[in-house]
Design a protein around this ligand. Sequence first.
Ligand code: MUC
Ligand code: MG
Length: 367
Amino acid sequence: MKITEVEAIPFAIPYRKPLRFASGEVHAAEHVLVRVHTDDGVIGIAEAPPRPFTYGETQDGVVAVIRKLFAPRVVGLTLMQRETLHSRLSHTVGNPAAKAAIDMAVWDALGRTLDVQVTELLGGYTDRMRVCHMLGFDDPAAMVAETERMREQHGISTFKVKVGRRPVGLDIAVVRALRERFGDDIELYIDGNRGWTASESAAAMAQMADLGLLFAEELCPADDVLGRRWLVSRVGIPFIADESAPTPADVTREVLGGSATAVSIKTARTGFTVSQRVHHLAEGLGLEVVMGNQIDGQLGSICTVAFGAAYPLTSRRAGELSNFLDMSDDLLTEPLTIRDGELTIRSGAGLGVDIDPEKLVRYRQDN
Ligand code: MUC
Ligand code: MG
């Protein structure tokens, strides 16, 4: 079970259509495949999606920090020494996606070594999650059409609408058009990626009061401390901290400070080990949890569902698991499929998925 090598392989797969939101946009999945090898010949896999507009990581930076700093600290540890691994990685600040991918690849390798699913190692509560689809910026008609397609082709009935940093009336028109077209057949919530001020958020929420929103996520920056607290106290529905609360300490600060009442867990930034800490904290604090999406590919999405399915709290709400559908291709030998609005974990050991070597040759950027 000894780790002998950690690979960081940059790859790029174009999106069929870009995903746009208040804090940025994504045209291609320029991610990093992480492979952890052991002396038993086992290889664990995970992917790191760098998000410069959220955490400051870039694809080149993820590759460099893994190759130069993290791999040498991890080689020689066993798959059972995950807390030692975590402590060694934490000597370098930041780099959440790079650290998370190493952590998840280690869990995958452990599952493969023990012939057990990762989701069973984590908690083993259920084998599936309901899926929420994230709708990026477009005009109302196009966003209604995308919702229709997701419902018809994949049975998805929960949608997160990106709002903020464009005319507020346009955002409200989108949410109203969706509610008018689909009625109570869909669940809806909004994510502002910090694009509004607290007062703009409050005004927009007042105009959408009749639209039955489930949650509001990061409508304004958490750094506008008093404004955010004021907003959260009057918003009337759970207010999700996403990019403002990536660590257990951030969750504690934001929630106890009145700046959030729910939390998004993203395995892409907290892996499995730290996501467990966030989960247990959320359970203790009595917070609602949504399994979030960092615009993950299929490998990242299977990590999210492996974690989300492991616990009652994380599998209760639909998880954001479908944006890989916008990619033109992926790396897995067997593509993920969303059926009747659900994504099911794979039955094999570890994460239960494998990389197609030909696809990796086609999309890798370091050969
Ligand atoms: C989200 O929930 O905010 C956009 C930026 C990011 O880091 O994740 C996405 C989705
Ligand atoms: Mg968000």
